[in-house]
Design a protein around this ligand. Structure first.
Ligand code: GUN
Length: 283
């Protein structure tokens, strides 16, 4: 039997509708959530992500600004822009699209963003707060995964959860959120021995590898929930995830790519932005 498709597009539309209603309430009280998105260079994938973020702002009734810097921009130019946005009262949240050109240090940029406007939740202060379990902002992709699990009544409590990938953006915070929900969490990565065996023991398997068709049916326990965070292009240039299509026949639930985790990530960014607007206005 084929897995139930976890529809991130539909859940996103629902949540964005709820955010729009909350925006209208805030606006009636004189508060407009505002997001500044910064793009450095002309990476085509980043351009698409930034466009989708602007579109989501419109859907949610937010004010938004896009700042595009050339690929040759210096670190200090970018930091100056961030400092201006930090003190701009129209801006509730700041997102600097990653990756950045080689001459700019990613950690310096992340640290420059005011933690109260850090809607990516990448600042060390916010990362620490997530670790403790006392946070304002949740990292967008892992938060999107958690909302999808919740929507389909999948409770990580007591389950074997395996996350493939240990990035600061996805793998590590994903493991932490599953742990907060009482999952038993294993993080696998490129040096993991017995990867197939560990994955095949998972009740909930999250793939955040960045390699097309990395997860094959032999790595999946029958009836497992499989979450595909990948966003790759195959040989034909078609967008595909980290999980091979044959896994659909083995899993009980699975997220499609596109239309699974991707739209949820941007929706969680909107959730963080409205939360930032509230926090900055003492609401
Ligand atoms: N690049 C890929 N994913 C992300 C993300 O979630 N936030 C930012 N800022 N850049 C990214």
């Amino acid at each position: 039997m084929s897995a139930i498709r976890m529809d991130g597009k539909a859940l996103s539309a629902k949540v964005r509708g709820q955010i729009l209603e909350q925006t209208e309430t805030l606006k009636a009280q004189g508060v407009v959530p505002g997001l500044a998105v910064i793009l450095v260079g002309d990476d085509p994938a980043s351009q698409i992500y930034v466009r989708n973020k602007e579109r989501a702002c419109l859907e949610c009734g937010f004010y938004s600004e896009k700042h595009v810097l050339p690929a040759t921009a210096s670190e200090s130019e970018l930091l100056d822009l961030i400092y201006r946005l930090n003190t701009n009262p129209k801006i509730s949240g700041i997102l600097c699209q990653l990756p950045l050109p080689a001459q700019i240090r990613e950690d310096a940029v992340i640290a420059a963003i005011d933690p109260k406007k850090d809607v990516d939740a990448f600042h060390p202060t916010n990362v620490g707060k997530i670790m403790i379990g006392d946070f304002d902002f949740l990292p967008c992709t892992p938060a999107g995964v958690m909302e999808l699990l919740d929507e389909y009544d999948i409770d990580p409590k007591g389950k074997q959860c395996v996350v493939i990938g240990r990035s600061n953006i996805v793998g590590k915070p994903m493991a932490m959120l599953l742990l907060h929900k009482h999952g038993t969490v294993t993080i696998c990565h490129s040096r993991t021995a017995n990867l197939q065996e560990i994955c095949a023991g998972a009740d909930i398997l999250v793939a955040a590898v960045g390699k097309a068709n990395f997860v094959t049916p032999d790595m999946v326990k029958p009836g497992a929930v499989v979450i595909d965070v990948g966003m790759n292009r195959n040989e034909d240039g078609k967008v595909c995830g980290d999980v091979g299509p044959a896994v659909m026949e083995k899993a009980s639930y699975m997220t499609p790519v596109p239309g699974g985790v991707g739209p949820m990530t941007i929706t969680m960014l909107m959730k963080n932005t409205i939360k930032a607007a509230r926090l900055q206005n003492g609401m």
